[in-house]
Design a binder for this molecule. Structure first.
Ligand SMILES: Cc1cc2nc3c(=O)[nH]c(=O)nc-3n(C[C@H](O)[C@H](O)[C@H](O)COP(=O)(O)O)c2cc1C
Ligand code: SF4
Length: 423
């Protein structure tokens, strides 16, 4: 099984420096891309069927294709790597940032070349201090070696690349709030359209891509689209970093073929549930995805299969709910996070989430009423798609509405026993 994204990464070891990365075949994709026309690079990524790993699975080349090209295109154009990674339960980009920073830089430079960007930013989660250190070092090396700056490798193409450390809010990871944050403004999302590809950072064409998405790009150029598609067990190309946290024997992160089933990830790689614990449910792709249950274990973790099964692939990092943890308590914890991170722009989100949090706390404290269930259902509907400016609220609605569906008996027990049965 090939693991291109993590091939240079050994936990506990330093990442490859420039010389080691290049010796292992690094920057060959960049040199190859610079000999191709930007449109050819885009075509290779399109053919590979790379879908964005930031959560929504938007086809990467299609996103790039909206950027104005040619002599009349506005400049400067920007390419931004979204490394804000604050989704609860998600730690996949951290591995790539800390473990192989040159791979990310190469992916960013190739992608920037494809859309003819002039300036690039890595928008990094504030808490990722080690990643910041390693990225700074890799960026300096890439400048010294002529892979960043003016006239990259004598190609005539120039790119400036900067590291920007986020202010530290979940909201800053939403791509248009990220743009406002980079401009030094309050991190509220922007209305779309116009989309960032046309009018993004400082009103100029901008592409925002996730770390894992960008890390796939050099491998597509090196080995071809057919090879990339063959890595996957589904129609979406490539491998995927899958993670598991919770009461399993071996929590962790693995690079596996896209479309690996939940069962295989949970039982073979995470070693199954810890002794004495049973699986009750799981959030498959971070906190803002719908709960799945034991009936879903054979679903393939790819974008379309997960959607067909009523959830989302999201970030591909599962949070496990076991039989000794209160589902209402878990939801209270999650909704507290979402309420705290709401940017306050739309009423169903800022007001609704604090109500949801209060109702869940009341249930946990034994003060729940039968009417609370209807109120929670109604908030879940109003937080859902179409009522708010950005996807934070619909993301918060997903565990809530699926939690009410799968763990209704637990809610009833809290109300009728006037206490949390797990306390
Ligand atoms: C509240 C919120 C937080 C987000 N945080 C991140 C993040 O930390 N990293 C990320 O790549 N995408 C995040 N996203 C998704 C981005 O808006 C965007 O879709 C993504 O960066 C696009 O990259 P991709 O096309 O490579 O998937 C977030 C979205 C929302 C609504
Ligand atoms: S949904 Fe929430 S986080 Fe998103 S814009 Fe509205 S208030 Fe802000």
């Amino acid at each position: 099984m090939e693991t291109p994204l993590t091939r240079n990464i050994t936990l506990g070891k330093m990442p490859p420096d420039f010389a080691q990365y290049e010796k292992a075949g690094g920057y060959a994709a960049l040199r190859k891309a610079l000999r191709m026309a930007p449109g050819e690079v885009m075509a290779a990524v399109k053919e590979a069927n790379l879908r964005g790993r930031g959560g929504a699975g938007f086809p990467t080349a299609q996103k790039w294709s909206f950027v104005p090209m040619g002599d009349d295109a506005p400049h400067p154009k920007y390419l931004i790597c979204n490394a804000d990674e604050m989704e609860p339960g998600t730690f996949k980009d951290r591995l790539l940032l800390e473990g192989d920073p040159h791979q990310l830089l190469e992916g960013m430079i190739v992608s920037a070349y494809a859309v003819q960007a002039d300036v690039s930013y890595i928008f990094l989660r504030w808490a990722y201090k080690l990643a910041a250190q390693r990225l700074e070092q890799a960026i300096a090396e890439a400048y010294r070696q002529g892979y960043l700056g003016r006239n990259i490798a004598g190609s005539g193409y120039s790119l400036e690349l900067h590291l920007h450390v986020s202010a530290g809010r979940y909201m800053c990871g939403e791509e248009t709030a990220l743009l406002n944050a980079l401009e030094g403004k309050r991190a509220n999302p922007r209305a779309k359209p116009p989309y960032p590809q046309v009018s993004g950072l400082w009103g100029k064409p901008t592409v925002v891509n996730n770390v894992e998405t960008l890390c796939c790009v050099p491998h597509i150029l090196n080995h071809g689209a057919a090879w990339f598609k063959n890595l996957s067990r589904s129609g979406d190309g490539g491998t995927k970093l899958y993670g598991v946290s919770g009461r399993v024997k071996k929590p962790g992160l693995w690079e596996l073929p896209m479309g690996t089933t939940i069962r295989e990830i949970l039982e073979e790689h995470a070693g199954g549930m810890r002794d004495g614990y049973q699986l009750r449910g799981l959030l498959p792709g971070g906190a803002s995805t719908d709960f799945m249950v034991a009936d879903h274990l054979d679903v393939a973790m790819d974008f379309d299969s997960m959607q067909a099964a009523g959830s989302r692939l999201g970030t591909g990092t599962m949070i496990i709910l076991d039989d000794k943890t209160c589902p209402v308590g878990m939801l209270h914890n999650l909704e507290h996070f979402f309420a705290q991170e709401s940017c306050g722009w739309c009423t169903p989100c800022w007001s609704g989430l604090s109500w949801v949090e209060q109702i869940l706390k009341g249930l946990e404290d034994g003060k729940g009423q039968v009417s609370d269930l209807e109120r929670l259902q109604s908030h879940a509907r109003l937080l859902g798609p179409g009522h708010t400016f950005c996807a934070l609220a619909p993301g918060a609605a997903e565990p809530l509405q699926s939690g009410l569906k799968y763990f209704g008996d637990d809610f009833d027990r809290h109300i009728h026993e006037k206490r949390c049965p797990w306390k």
